[in-house]
Every structure is written in structure tokens, then in C-alpha cells.
Unconditional design. Structure first.
Length: 328
């Protein structure tokens, strides 16, 4: 038994014979070049071809064609260009936008490459330094050190001086904030003028139901002053002022009271510190935080007045208290 018979190649009932020619050959396409008649050579006919276990040779025609006879334009029209899918590498016609097997976009939008960042100051300095000749650096080293080093030293010195002064001022204030405060009573109280029954000492007796009042009433009281002097200098940390007649709201509103005071502080070394105080128009103590060393006297001058419900009533300053940091 031959191999073809064993494999069933000669059986034509249910399986086609391999190599069996079709009854009518397909016509050649129009774009296929036609061979000249004199250059045609043919193989032996299919009927005369020997059979090898069911495999039959099919006749072919060899047509020698030169490159000049090929119409490439017709070939391009017959077979359009194909696009290769970037996702699955499948061939797609040029007219498609998406790949037919995987659906990927055939012409993905090109992402523009970001523009390079400009060089920073270190890179520019490095480039300029290395673009210059080596002799330039050797000749100008001391010039650069002087031109750059001196201003830097000046700025550092000024900053250190300013920082040192700020630190020196901040340390006592922090100590004032976290230390216990004690009251300091003035050794003497003087005024520019005083109403009978409203002497200067009433504003420093520690009682808020007695007050000092100048002889002038209403707006005429502006310019009058009350002065406290101390025999021993101290650090004035807090000043408390009670304006008006007392803490009682009814008595407070009926009488006149100062609304603005000008404080002039004189220290032991003759230095003068002036501060403007704006008082709230309400009864009760009003606190002002200071930090003045070696205080010897404090002068409070009336610069603003509220006449109250009774314009003829005196302008009263109930109490003035001074505080310092408790010594440890």
C-alpha cells in the first residue's frame, strides 16, 4: 500500500485530493502585466503530469516581466496602503480610524514634548564660569572676594546688631509676661489744679470711690495734668487707669471723665518717654502694658473730655495704679 492510499489521499468520496486542480482557473486581475506572446513558456500540461500518491502537479505559466513594464500606480490603487496597529500589530486599511481586531486608535495624537526648562541661576553661573578662560579667574579672584565679601559682611553685621537689640528688648518683656506683678505707690502726687474735695491724692489712694478733678469743667479741663513721683526708680510694666466717678455705671455716666490722656514718663537718667492713651467710655479699670526701666515720675495730661449728662459736673479721674515685676 502506498502512503497516499494509507492516508486516504486517493479517496475522493469525502476528502478532497490534495493538489487536485480546479475545473476553471480564476482569471488574472486587470492590473497584472500581460506577457508578450513570443516570451511564453509553459510547463507540461496537467494531464501529462505524473501523480505521486494523490498529489498532482498543477501547470503554471512563467512570464518574464521587466521592472519597466510594472504599473505601480495601478498596484497602489488595487491594494491600498495598510496601517499597522500600535497595540496588536494588525494590518488595517488606510481609511480606518480604529483597529478592527482590538479597537485601538490607529493614529494616536502625538503628545508634544515639553519645552526644556530655562537654566536656574546656579546653572547659568556655572556655564558663565566655565565659558571664561582660566586666566580670567586667576586675575580677578581678589576683586570678586572684595566686591562680594565686604557687602555680605556689612549685611551680616547690621543684621546681627539689629537682632541683638531686638533680643535685648524681648527678654525683659518675656520676663514681665511670666513674672508676678506688684503695685508701686507713688511717694508724691501733684496736679496743675484741683477741685475742693477732689485732691490729687484721691487718685492714688487705692480706693475707686474717690477721685481727682481739676477746677475747670467740661472741655476747659483739657490741658490739666496729674503727676506721680517716686523716690526709688523702678521698671514700669503695667499702668491701670479708672476714669470717671466710680465703677457704678449711673454715677459714671452723670459725671464728666477724660477720654484721652497724654502720658509723659521721666526716667532716672533724664530720658523722656511719651505715650498717647485712649480710654474706653465705660466704667472699670483699663490696663496698658508698658516696659520702661528706671521710672522716676509719670505725668498724665488730659487731652480729651466727655462732659457726661451734667455738663457742670467736674471731670473726674478715679484711680491710677502702677505695677512692676516682682523681684526674685
Amino acid at each position: 500500500m502506498s502512503c497516499g492510499a494509507y492516508l486516504g489521499w486517493n479517496d475522493t468520496g469525502s476528502r478532497a485530493v490534495i493538489g487536485q486542480p480546479s475545473s476553471a482557473p480564476e482569471p488574472a486581475p486587470a492590473w497584472w502585466p500581460q506577457a508578450p506572446a513570443q516570451a511564453t513558456e509553459a510547463w507540461p500540461a496537467a494531464e501529462s503530469a505524473p501523480a505521486f500518491d494523490g498529489i498532482r502537479l498543477v501547470s503554471h505559466t512563467v512570464v518574464p516581466v521587466s521592472c519597466e513594464q510594472v504599473d505601480y500606480a495601478a498596484l497602489c490603487e488595487e491594494f491600498p496602503r495598510l496601517l499597522l496597529c500600535p497595540q496588536c500589530d494588525s494590518d488595517n486599511p488606510e481609511t480606518r480610524s480604529y483597529c478592527w481586531p482590538c479597537g485601538a486608535l490607529l493614529r494616536p495624537a502625538l503628545t508634544p514634548r515639553p519645552a526644556p526648562l530655562p537654566p536656574n541661576w546656579r546653572q547659568r553661573l556655572y556655564q558663565r564660569r566655565h565659558e571664561r578662560p582660566r586666566l580670567w579667574h586667576r586675575d580677578r579672584r581678589w576683586y570678586l572676594l572684595a566686591s562680594v565679601g565686604l557687602p555680605v559682611c556689612f549685611v551680616v553685621g547690621v543684621s546681627a546688631g539689629w537682632t541683638g537689640g531686638a533680643v535685648r528688648e524681648a527678654i525683659p518683656r518675656v520676663q514681665d509676661r511670666f513674672s508676678d506683678q506688684v503695685a508701686v505707690a507713688p511717694d508724691e502726687a501733684k496736679t496743675s489744679s484741683e477741685e475742693t474735695g477732689f485732691e490729687a491724692g484721691n487718685a492714688a489712694d487705692g480706693v475707686d470711690n474717690r477721685a481727682w478733678a481739676p477746677k475747670s469743667r467740661g472741655q476747659d479741663a483739657v490741658g490739666h495734668s496729674w503727676t506721680a513721683t517716686f523716690q526709688q526708680s523702678f521698671r514700669l510694666t503695667t499702668l491701670i487707669v479708672l476714669n470717671g466717678a466710680s465703677k457704678n455705671p449711673k454715677q459714671y455716666l452723670e459725671s464728666g471723665r477724660p477720654t484721652e490722656l497724654t502720658a509723659v514718663v521721666v526716667t532716672a537718667d533724664g530720658r523722656t518717654v511719651q505715650k498717647e492713651l485712649t480710654l474706653d467710655d465705660q466704667p472699670g479699670p483699663q490696663e496698658f502694658t508698658w516696659g520702661i526701666d528706671a521710672v522716676k515720675s509719670v505725668d498724665l495730661r488730659i487731652s480729651g473730655v466727655h462732659a457726661g449728662k451734667r455738663p457742670a459736673a467736674p471731670v473726674l479721674l478715679a484711680e491710677v495704679q502702677f505695677f512692676t515685676r516682682q523681684a526674685r
